[in-house]
Design a protein around this ligand. Sequence first.
Ligand code: PBG
Length: 339
Amino acid sequence: MKRTVDEITGSRRLRRLRKFSWSRRLVRETRLHVADLVWTLFLCEGENQRRPIASMPGVSCLSVDIAVEECLKAAELGIVAIAPFAREPLSRKSDDGAYIAAADNLTNRFTRALKQHKVDIGIITDAALDPYTTHGHDGICRNGIIVNDESVEMVVRGALAQAEAGADIIAPSDMMDGRIGAIRDCLDIHGFQDVAIMSYAAKFASAFYGPYREAIGTSDLLRGDKSSYYVDHANSNDALREVEQDLNEGADMLMVKPGLLYLDIIRRIKDNFSAPLFAYQVSGEYAMLQAASANGWLDGERAMMETLLAFKRAGCDGIFTYYAIEAAKKLRAASEASA
Ligand code: PBG
């Protein structure tokens, strides 16, 4: 017996509310705001420099003066925070990555320069050794092994130098055990009780960091991979244990990285913990979208907005993204059009 659609659905028609733009907007569950976006940018030496990164079309390494100018514009667009990553020259690199602790390394020079402008934008600095080591690892390497406790000591020195330069949030991304507690202790002892810590708590060993390593010049240096310290990408419980541990050690905020492939992890963390949660839409995710849209295979703008919204739907409070400026412009244009 063939039933009518109303008999099948019991007269429930979910398409009713999808019919009009206004009704779709009325029942929309998730929204993306400019304030959700953290702009990730690359720093390089020199003055007046914008050096394009081949595998990240649309992204360039910026010298400190230009980066500051761009951040002032970002603040005007409503971007709430920025996260700089440094391409340090080879001459600054060493086996132990000690340049992370230099008051005048690129990141710290940038932080000081931007802070002089007293704009309402947060600076989130990456506390990890990889831009500063000759081998591209996030830790100190002894006989082929990334040694944990010595690496923590160096990362702590770097975090302190970042706080002294004026960083608002320290974001250790190296996955060494005990780094959150050690950084918290050091910041507190030195009077930086108000500097927050965002833990890259669930950072996975991933193929999607490739373009970033080209951008900061570590791809040719890196020997082996980072699977002895990043979370195995097959694991989900492991990521939750990292989160629990880092919160116990004093993390204020959490990060999942990469982003789009780990929406399941984001949802599990959001359901189990109440700390502010961020995702990092990493370089490989950006490169994939840019490559497909350059070929006309994807509508790049729509794909950008859809992926950013996906992070919010999965449970993120904000997103680190190379698209922040572009997305902020689009969001502002949309809100002006509907005002
Ligand atoms: C390492 C670090 C990585 C990224 C930022 N800091 C990963 C890595 O090189 O292993 C990746 C960011 C991206 O891919 O956009 N501390």
